[in-house]
Ligand binder design. Structure first.
Ligand code: UDP
Length: 244
């Protein structure tokens, strides 16, 4: 069976969280520069109007489903993806794995106080973690950060600038780096540093994390306006598939 499944133009890897973490570990061991994307329905919709974002998705080594919308869409289209791979969970797993494997890690993004708290938390939780560099996300010259990342010799780069800015940052600067796996992590640093709370477990289990975030940050409603159009397109695709 094909290991990727296309949803409205974006190829998703059919991996659960553990498999995604293992696949990333294999990429780090293999060497070279690789981009990993955790994508939700809003990003799929954004890519439909953004040719550059489509190119970013096409060259990504791994694209995992970070959102209940993508999981529902995969079921509707007859090829259920195994599990939602939440960026925040994958980030925590990768930090643990990096500490164990000795990969130097570079963290870029979030507000200065969030990054400072995250560093403290990483040192407390993962004493063996090698931080090759950290930089908050409100710098004016992101290209200088890209150079600093190159000098740091990090093997894993986690970028929390929000989607799709973080995906573009990685794509635009990958040519500067060597032997680095880079992944956008959205607001994960806010949660892992305990600056923001995550949805309660029951909301995560029922696929309602998006609702929790919407209630906490109502300004997110604009982005979620893309969801009805996403599901209409999925239904249309299913209908055409049924006709064939
Ligand atoms: N951010 C940043 N620099 C910016 C704008 C945003 O570092 O210029 C950070 C922000 O502080 C937050 C993250 O990017 O930590 C975006 O989080 P969000 O939950 O909005 O991510 P998304 O849902 O877009 O993936």
């Amino acid at each position: 069976m094909d290991r990727r499944f296309n949803i409205l133009g974006v190829d998703f890897d059919c991996l659960d969280r553990h498999q995604a973490q293992q696949a990333i570990a294999a990429l780090v061991d293999h060497g070279g520069v690789h981009q990993v994307i955790t994508a939700n329905a809003e990003m799929v919709m954004a890519s439909r109007k953004d040719a550059r974002l489509q190119a970013v998705f096409r060259q990504a080594k791994l694209v995992v489903a970070d959102g209940v919308g993508v999981i529902l869409a995969s079921r509707m289209l007859g090829r259920p993806l195994p599990q939602r791979v939440a960026g925040v969970d994958l980030t925590a797993e990768l930090l643990r794995c990096a500490a164990k494997q000795g990969w130097p890690v570079y963290l870029f993004g979030a507000r200065p106080e969030v990054m400072a708290a995250l560093e403290r938390r990483c040192r407390a939780l993962y004493p063996d973690l090698r931080l090759a560099g950290t930089q908050h996300g409100f710098v004016t010259e992101r290209s200088q950060v890209a150079q600093d990342i190159a000098r740091s010799r990090a093997r894993l780069l986690l970028v929390g600038l929000g989607a799709p800015a973080q995906e573009h940052f990685i794509f635009d600067h990958a040519h500067l780096w060597q032997d680095l796996v880079a992944m956008g992590v959205g607001g994960s640093f806010d949660i892992l540093s305990a600056h923001k709370a995550r949805a309660p477990g029951w909301m995560q289990r029922y696929g309602l994390e998006w609702l929790y975030r919407l209630l906490r940050e109502p300004r997110r409603y604009r982005r979620q306006l893309a969801l009805p159009a996403f599901f209409l397109l999925v239904l249309k695709t299913r209908w055409f598939k049924g006709k064939r």
